[in-house]
Design a protein around this ligand. Structure first.
Ligand SMILES: [Mg+2]
Length: 433
């Protein structure tokens, strides 16, 4: 089991890599905002600054989705229950999430990154990789670190004085990110290719992007806790226990090279369906209210569909209660292009149900999709609706999603458009920046 690479191979690899990475010793800059969601709320409300703040999805919700650095310092973690977090301190400040504000801040950052480098690689809502090779010559800086400090100042100017970020600089994205992850908050650090081994020997998988909890647990069964220990398992063992894809990925990580998902940040994802789910604050048995939520989800699904130029023929609705659930699937002869048509299917289904059970979770999906539809000579009613909705999309993206909406969906209980920290739908949210 404890096979190591042959001496000959390692020599060859090292010399090739050495040439590759020595040409760009500090090619990648990784910028990561510190405790992004909580810090932005502290920026907005100075009273919260310096205090342990936890962010929840809504008032009354019990899962911590983000926390401030002060809360982290006393052991509060993302994903913890609010009850557990409260055990750490009597003075915990619980604040509901503000997705529109977070998204607005991310858009401001994205604009800033684009001014600095033409193709910023947005990794999550608060993280970006900048390729130093693409930074135009008009941006003057003496060293990469100096540029890092300049970026930190710019972040403060853009989002506010309370907002800090870590800047990690290295020959690969992976090394830059690991370095940023383990460095002191608010720092700027760099690492050369030749200095990577001590870092890879020290860092635990929890700080290594790409090695999730399940993979780290499996590696721990072999006594492997840091990237540098991976090659000692031998390639055959890695392949037999993790499969050939993950064996390759793990070997790249063990050497500080970018695993394939870090090399493909800018690649277009291949979506096959568009969907949106939401969980209500409390069980809902009111048919009209249930339909209102479906309408909000239909609006969002069609908005995504238009942004991705992806139109589906099969629609799937579901609703879930404590003990009961129901779903409905229809496949149409042509693609659905307007919210009105999509919602009518939901309406017909919900109205046809004899009894309504208390619902807590809703979902709408469009699948069986095709890219772009050929324009027709005589636009149908549906296509006319689509054109109106495209104008609505533009207005909402400019002035906010609540400025102009369909008359039917005006309700304070409707879910806000959701933006996750990982930011899987960045193409949709950043397209107008
Ligand atoms: Mg962060």
């Amino acid at each position: 089991m404890n096979k190591i690479y042959s001496h000959e191979n390692s020599e060859k690899n090292i010399s090739q890599e050495h040439i590759k990475y020595s040409n760009h010793p500090l090619r990648w800059m990784h910028v990561d905002m510190n405790s992004y969601f909580a810090t932005l709320l502290q920026q907005e409300t100075p009273y919260l600054r310096g205090k342990p703040v936890v962010v929840v999805k809504d008032i009354g919700r019990t899962c911590v989705i983000a926390c401030s650095k002060e809360a982290k310092r006393i052991g509060v973690k993302t994903g913890m229950s609010l009850a557990d977090a409260k055990k750490r301190t009597q003075n915990l400040y619980v604040v509901p999430v503000n997705f529109p504000m977070f998204l607005d801040c991310t858009k401001k950052l994205y604009k800033m990154w684009k001014e600095l480098a033409p193709n910023p690689e947005i990794f999550s809502m608060d993280e970006v990789f900048l390729d130093m090779n693409t930074i135009p010559t008009r941006v003057k800086y003496k060293s990469e670190k100096e540029l890092g400090f300049f970026i930190q100042q710019n972040v403060k100017r853009t989002l506010g004085e309370w907002v800090t970020c870590n800047v990690g600089i290295g020959p690969t994205r992976l090394l830059a990110k690991i370095l940023g992850e383990i460095s002191e908050k608010g720092s700027v650090c760099s690492i050369l290719w030749t200095d990577r081994l001590p870092l890879l020997a020290d860092v635990l998988f929890v700080d290594v992007c790409g090695v999730g909890r399940a993979l780290a647990k499996k590696l721990a069964c072999f006594g492997v806790y840091t990237p540098l220990q991976i090659p000692f398992l031998g390639k055959e063992t890695l392949i037999s226990y993790f499969g050939s894809f993950w064996a390759e990925e793990l070997l790249k990580i063990s050497n500080g090279e970018d695993p394939s998902f870090l090399q493909r940040i800018l690649a277009e994802p291949k979506e096959r369906s568009v969907g949106r789910t939401t969980t209500g604050f409390s069980l809902c048995s009111d048919r009209q209210e249930i339909l209102r939520v479906f309408f909000a989800l239909c609006c969002e699904v069609m908005k995504k569909s238009r942004a991705l130029h992806l139109y589906g023929r099969t629609v799937f609705f579901f609703m879930m209660g404590r003990t009961q659930s129901a779903h409905h699937r229809i496949t149409c002869t042509s693609a659905i292009t307007s919210t009105k048509t999509l919602f009518e299917f939901a309406q017909q289904w919900v109205q046809s149900l004899h009894a309504i059970f208390p619902v807590i979770r809703w979902g709408v999906y469009l699948s069986n999709t095709q890219k772009d539809l050929p324009p027709s000579l005589f636009p149908s009613q549906d296509e006319k609706h689509e054109q109106i909705e495209r104008v609505l999309d533009q207005l909402q993206s400019k002035y906010g999603s609540r400025v102009l909406r369909y008359a039917i969906d005006f309700s304070p209980t409707l879910p806000d458009e959701e933006v996750t920290g990982f930011f899987g739908e960045k193409r949709i949210h950043l397209q107008d920046v």
